[in-house]
Design a protein around this ligand. Structure first.
Ligand SMILES: Nc1ncnc2c1ncn2[C@@H]1O[C@H](COP(=O)(O)OP(=O)(O)OP(=O)(O)O)[C@@H](O)[C@H]1O
Ligand SMILES: [Mg+2]
Length: 359
């Protein structure tokens, strides 16, 4: 019994080794390895053109690959594509909803395509429309839906066939924060029910919020893989940032606080004190300032986040990428911030980088 459960569970994951794809002489995937455990969310994170959609299209049998092997839901990609198609659901980057049909008709069409029994198709449609809060809009043409409603309907259509593995290609791109959160809740519910999800996103927060594991894809290669915390730990740069009203306070504080490691920015009147950002670390900094009667205007704690990871790993020269005075890409600047007191403020670099990848 245990063995059966184990093998069923193992069968519902995704593995890929050395996936390759080229269009003409342009290599799009250059040996991608993935391992998505059953019943988990795995996020493929990467900038425009990294190869996310290509990976999803290959693993969901929509396009052929040139090299490598993969297994999806226990079936070999090359040998059993039909079995894979029966086991998976795909919500593409661009909604597959037919605007001329109503929400209900879109759902019933999928039920028909899947050869569901008519009563079963109607039951499943009603159940999903209710779960996705689309019951009121069920009889309206999808063309009249907002972007968020279309995305929800698109996911609901994917679920008609009860897939064990779901590919979600940028499911929340273009959604407002509220709709995004609704979508996240729906995705979490699916995984709680045992579904395996491969999700692509350009939103670092989305990967941080949802994913059990994250792979950063850049230029057709996986450049890092791990949990959000593991990825963040790879990046140095956690610090407490203190801002002062005048240079005298800044200099006094610099002489009291971690002389060897604190970084002074005279032009901004700020001091960066390397720190893990814990309450006790903040308290000890405040205690030292107070006992020396030094007034700090503001204090912010900066712990590395996925933005930092992303920038450090993929922030190589797009021309527009922020560089330091020597023309070194920002990723390098940020990666060495702790060691070089004159490096740019990593917080500022982050903001630029986020704009870069969300453009
Ligand atoms: N049919 C095609 N013919 C030629 N090149 C293609 C084709 N499809 C994709 N590419 C190229 O492959 C690269 C990867 O594209 P892909 O769509 O996988 O990126 P992505 O990571 O999904 O990007 P985005 O975030 O913009 O959706 C891009 O350089 C793209 O131009
Ligand atoms: Mg894409």
């Amino acid at each position: 019994m245990t063995a059966t459960t184990g093998s069923t569970a193992a069968a519902a994951g995704i593995t890929a080794q050395g996936l390759r794809k080229a269009y003409g002489d342009k290599t799009v995937l250059d040996g991608v390895d993935l391992r998505v455990a059953p019943g988990t969310i795995f996020s493929l994170l990467g900038p425009n053109g990294a190869g996310k959609t290509t990976t999803v299209q290959i693993l969901s049998t929509l396009i052929a690959h040139d090299g490598g092997t993969a297994e999806v839901a226990g079936h070999d990609l090359a040998a059993e594509p039909d079995a894979i198609r029966r086991a998976i659901g795909v919500t593409g980057q661009f909604a597959a909803v037919d605007g001329l049909l109503t929400a209900e008709e879109n759902m019933l069409l999928i039920a028909d395509l899947l050869h569901l029994d008519r009563a079963e198709g109607r039951r499943r449609t009603a159940e999903l429309l209710e779960r996705f809060e689309l019951t009121e809009a069920a009889r309206k043409p999808a063309a009249s839906f907002s972007g968020g409603m279309r995305r929800k309907l698109d996911l609901a259509m994917t679920l008609v066939g009860r897939p064990r593995v779901i590919f979600l290609d940028e499911p929340t791109t273009g959604l407002d924060p509220r709709s995004r959160r609704t979508m996240w809740d729906l995705i979490r519910d699916l995984v709680a029910g045992g579904t395996t999800i491969l999700l692509t996103t350009q939103y670092l927060e989305e990967a941080d919020q949802l994913a059990d594991r994250i792979a950063v894809l850049d230029g057709g290669r996986i450049v890092a893989e791990g949990t959000a915390d593991e990825l963040k730990r790879r990046i140095p740069g956690g610090h407490i940032r203190l801002r002062f009203n005048d240079v005298d306070s800044l200099h006094s504080a610099a002489s009291r606080l971690a002389l060897s490691t604190a970084t002074r920015h005279d032009d901004e009147l700020t001091l960066h004190v390397p720190s893990d950002g814990s309450v006790s670390a903040v308290r000890s900094v405040l205690d030292i300032l107070e006992s020396s009667a030094i007034h700090a205007e503001a204090l912010t704690v900066h712990t590395p986040d996925l933005d930092d990871v992303f920038l450090a790993l993929t922030g190589h020269g797009s021309g527009a990428a922020p560089t330091d005075a020597h023309g070194t890409p920002a990723a390098t600047v940020y990666g060495s911030t702790a060691a070089h007191p004159t490096a740019a403020d990593p917080t500022a670099v982050n903001a630029t980088a986020v704009k870069e990848i969300r453009r």
